[in-house]
Structure formats: structure tokens, C-alpha cells
Design a protein around this ligand. Structure first.
Ligand SMILES: C[S@@+](CC[C@H](N)C(=O)[O-])C[C@H]1O[C@@H](n2cnc3c(N)ncnc32)[C@H](O)[C@@H]1O
Ligand code: SF4
Length: 460
């Protein structure tokens, strides 16, 4: 890969002004805002019905609760002070799992399970064990399955960790964000490092050996030096196998509680960029491999290996080794990916519950993939994962002429002139300097993007 040329601050500001557009994060293509109600429960039922029983499945289970609200939060979650709503939700979730298992007809194999949220660690140990027992009953979970849980380290219950390990959980992803108490106060998330260390120790002692931590930049009051201090202390104390370095997506028009954040304390684009790049450089100096846009992994981690051998994938949870041909989503807002297209469950808890209690699959929207969507989706996924793609090879795989991407390639001319990509014939390669702008590169191929129409967070 090309070595980035050192750029002056003003050159970076110029690039940010040009390319730090509001573009999607491309966790799917087409992206979720393009899902429509034309795909609903009946379509999902048909798709499940025709799913090849030989195909292994990936399962995503959403737990939409937390006990306190982080003001930056962009996830689908609800703050609860009591356990009763969680217990009531679990009853509905069990019914949804049953409905889907019945629609599938036969007991299918699962090779990946991801519990996301919200905070799945809000569950009581017995409830987590019962949920996993239900999944094991309805699906044949492969011996070597990846079973991952998103964890809020604050007050993590030792008995829950024991229950998770006994249920086969082998990966944990811990929210850390930033260690500076000032930043933590500004986002309403107080979490001393010792508490996270205790959580990681509990997990490792129970045999849950693969630990990821989430860090963020672009939060109120953060500086490049501050993010670096967090990286240094978190890596030294936690020695994580993987790290996600997320840029804070400030979307107060979608997440009203983000208005609790004082916008005047948000770092401007050039400062965000400096935080991101200096942390990325530091993580590489610490021995991590930079993966795609925002993930880092130890060189011998399966994620880094997948990147090296070209099998890295991207899904709604980010970069993954999960290459199951179908992914079923459970819980409000959960998205399923089937060979025919995407389906999404109702987002409001009550709408999800009402559907499931009426014995209906709670799908409210989705998208049926066209061949064109699949082809463009392949180009975008390879760019996001490999930072390179041969568009003619992708076109050929879909029986299309090599010229089908000519307009997009021509559209990359300006980014090429800025040394962010190289285009040699049909081969597009994102340069190391272009990596932070890879979403903008992908956007050149996106046939759904209307200039200025969508409202996403900054690309960098
Ligand atoms: C479901 S949470 C992780 C588990 C647990 N709820 C926690 O916060 O510790 C998912 C992660 O998304 C990231 N995140 C949340 N809101 C975000 C936002 N607005 N922009 C960017 N990343 C965000 C945070 O890094 C967070 O750890
Ligand atoms: S960041 Fe995690 S803990 Fe905080 S509100 Fe969002 S989902 Fe809950």
C-alpha cells in the first residue's frame, strides 16, 4: 500500500471539506434508510421457507435495554430502572425465536451468534442461560461457533459471566469509549478504568478469551492527546485482541437525547481527524493491524487473518469473519440478511411486541435485492474490507460488461488527483492516505445516494 504523503493542516482541511460528506457507513448495501414496507412478514416467511436447509446461519439477538443513558448513544436502546420490562421482553423474544424456528420448519445449524444492544449484560444470569438454552434447542449450534456478547463493563455481574461462559460465549466486546473523567462526565458515562479491568479479568478467568474494546473519538472535550492517553492506558491494562475506534456520530435529529451534549464542545472536523489518525498510528505502533475503516486486531487474530486472505466481511455489527450466507435478526430493530434481501423488525418495543404476541413475524420493512444491488454491494463491501477491488471482475461475476462501472470510475477522478485512490484500468485501490475517506469512495458507486438528500454523520 502507498505510504501516505505528509500533508499540511490546510491540505487536510481542504480534503475534509471536499470528502467529509455525510455518507453512510456501508454496513450494508443498499443501506437501511432505503428499506421500505413493501417487504414485510409475508415476504420474510417466503424467504425463510426457501432457505437452503444445508446453509449454516448466523443469529443476531438484540437486547434493547440499558440502566443509564450515555448521551452520545446512537444504538436502539431504552433506559429501564427495573427488571420487569426486561423480563417481559424476554418472553416476547422467546416467542419470536419460536415463530422463526417454526417458519424454518427444520432445525438449522448456526455458526455465529451475536448478542447486541443496548446492553445484553442487563440480563440476569438465569435468563441469559435460558435464552441460550432456547437457541440451542431450536438451532444446532456448531461446536466451533463464535458466540459474542456486547458488554457494559460497569457493574458487570460475576454470576452472569459464569453463566455466559457455561452457555458457550467465547467473545466479549466491552464499551470503553474514553478514560478521561472530564469526557466521561460530558457524555454521562462514568467508568473508571479499574472497573473495565475487573470486567476483562472476570471474562478471561471464566474462559471468555477474546476481548474487543470499543473506543471513540470526536466526543465532547476530547483532544488527540487525550485519545492517545486512553489508547495507551486501555491497551496496557486490558490487552484486547481487537479494538473498534468509532468516530462519534452526532445525529441529534435522529437521537434527540444527543441534544444533551453541548455542541460547542464537539471537536471540529480537523481535530476529529487528528484524533482518529493519531490513535490509528499509535495502535499500529502497539502492534495492531488496522482493518478497514475503524477496526484494529492483533496480527494473529482471526479478523486480521481474514483481512490478509481476502475473506473479511462487513455486516451491521461492523467488520467480521462471519461469512454465513444468511443472518437472522431477533428483537426490535434487528435486521436479517437473507440471500433474497434484507428484513428489519419493528423498532419501537410496543410495535415489536404487539406483532409477536399476535403470532406475526414483526418485520416492518426491508429490501429485495436486485442483481444490480448485489453487484454494487460486492464492490462496496470489498472496498470497505480490502480497500481495493477489481470492478471488471465483479461485473463479470454478475454477467455484466466491464463498462458498467465506467461512470463511477470517472467520478473517482478527483479523489485520484488528491492521491486518495488509484484507478488502473478496472482496479481501484484506496491509498493509505485515502483510507479515512473510504466511505466517500464507496459513495461514488452507490446508486441510491442523492447528493445532499440523506442525513448521515460525518464520514471521518
Ligand atoms: C451497544 S454499545 C456496546 C455495549 C454497551 N452498551 C456499552 O456501551 O458498553 C455499542 C458501541 O457503539 C458505539 N456507539 C454508540 N453510540 C455511538 C455513536 N453515536 N457514534 C459512534 N459510536 C457509537 C460505542 O462505542 C458503544 O460501545
Ligand atoms: S452506549 Fe451502550 S450503555 Fe450507553 S446507552 Fe448506548 S447501548 Fe447503552
Amino acid at each position: 500500500m502507498n505510504e501516505p504523503r505528509p500533508r499540511s493542516e490546510s491540505a487536510i482541511e481542504r480534503l475534509l471539506a471536499k470528502y467529509d460528506q455525510r455518507v453512510p457507513r456501508y454496513t450494508s448495501y443498499p443501506t437501511a434508510p432505503h428499506f421500505t414496507p413493501t417487504v414485510g412478514a409475508a415476504t420474510y416467511r417466503d424467504w425463510l421457507d426457501t432457505l437452503d436447509p444445508a446453509l449454516p446461519l448466523s443469529l443476531y439477538v438484540h437486547v434493547p435495554f440499558c440502566d443509564t443513558l450515555c448521551w452520545f448513544c446512537g444504538c436502539h436502546t431504552k433506559i429501564v430502572r427495573r427488571y420487569q420490562p426486561v423480563a417481559a421482553y424476554l418472553e416476547v423474544l422467546r416467542r419470536e425465536i419460536d415463530l422463526v424456528a417454526k417458519a424454518l420448519g427444520t432445525r438449522r445449524t448456526a455458526c455465529h451468534i451475536h448478542f447486541g444492544g443496548g446492553s445484553p449484560t442487563i440480563l440476569k444470569p438465569g435468563d441469559f442461560a435460558a435464552l441460550m438454552a432456547l437457541l440451542r434447542d431450536r438451532f444446532a449450534i456448531r461446536e466451533d461457533a463464535d458466540i459474542a456478547v456486547e458488554i457494559d463493563p460497569r457493574g458487570l455481574d460475576a454470576d452472569l459471566v459464569t453463566a455466559m461462559a457455561a452457555a458457550g460465549v467465547n467473545r466479549a466486546s466491552l464499551g470503553v469509549q474514553d478514560l478521561d473523567p472530564e469526557v466521561q462526565r460530558a457524555v454521562n458515562r462514568l467508568q473508571p478504568l479499574e472497573e473495565t479491568v475487573r470486567a476483562a479479568e472476570l471474562l478471561r478467568a471464566a474462559g471468555i478469551g477474546s476481548i474487543n474494546i470499543d473506543l471513540m473519538y470526536g466526543l465532547p472535550g476530547q483532544s488527540a492527546a487525550g485519545v492517545q492517553a486512553t489508547v495507551e492506558a486501555a491497551v496496557a491494562a486490558l490487552d484486547p485482541e481487537r479494538i473498534c475506534l468509532f468516530g462519534y456520530a452526532h445525529v441529534p435529529w435522529m437521537k434527540r437525547h444527543q441534544r444533551l451534549i453541548d455542541e460547542s464542545t464537539l471537536p471540529p472536523p480537523a481535530a476529529r481527524f487528528a484524533q482518529y489518525m493519531s490513535a490509528a498510528e499509535q495502535l499500529q505502533d502497539l502492534g495492531y493491524v488496522w482493518i478497514g475503516l475503524d477496526h484494529f486486531a492483533k496480527p494473529d487474530d482471526p479478523l486480521a487473518r481474514a483481512m490478509r486472505n481476502g475473506t473479511l466481511r462487513r455486516n451491521f455489527q461492523g467488520y467480521t469473519t462471519d461469512n454465513a450466507p444468511a443472518r437472522l435478526g431477533f428483537g426490535p430493530s434487528a435486521i436479517g440478511t437473507l440471500p433474497q434481501g434484507f428484513v428489519q423488525n419493528a423498532v419501537p418495543l410496543h410495535a415489536y411486541r404487539d406483532a409477536v404476541l399476535a403470532a406475526a413475524l414483526p418485520i416492518v420493512r426491508g429490501l429485495r435485492l436486485s442483481d444490480d444491488d448485489r453487484m454494487v454491494g460486492t464492490v462496496i463491501e470489498r472496498l470497505m474490507c480490502d480497500l481495493a477491488v477489481d470492478v471488471a471482475a465483479v461485473a463479470a461475476a454478475f454477467g455484466r460488461p466491464p463498462t458498467v462501472f465506467d461512470a463511477a470510475l470517472a467520478d473517482l477522478g478527483e479523489m485520484a488527483a488528491d492521491d486518495l485512490v488509484t484507478v488502473e484500468g478496472s482496479r481501484v485501490r484506496v491509498s493509505e492516505a485515502g483510507r479515512p475517506f473510504v466511505r466517500a469512495v464507496c459513495a461514488r458507486f452507490d446508486r441510491y445516494l442523492e447528493p445532499g438528500a440523506s442525513r448521515h454523520a460525518h464520514a471521518v
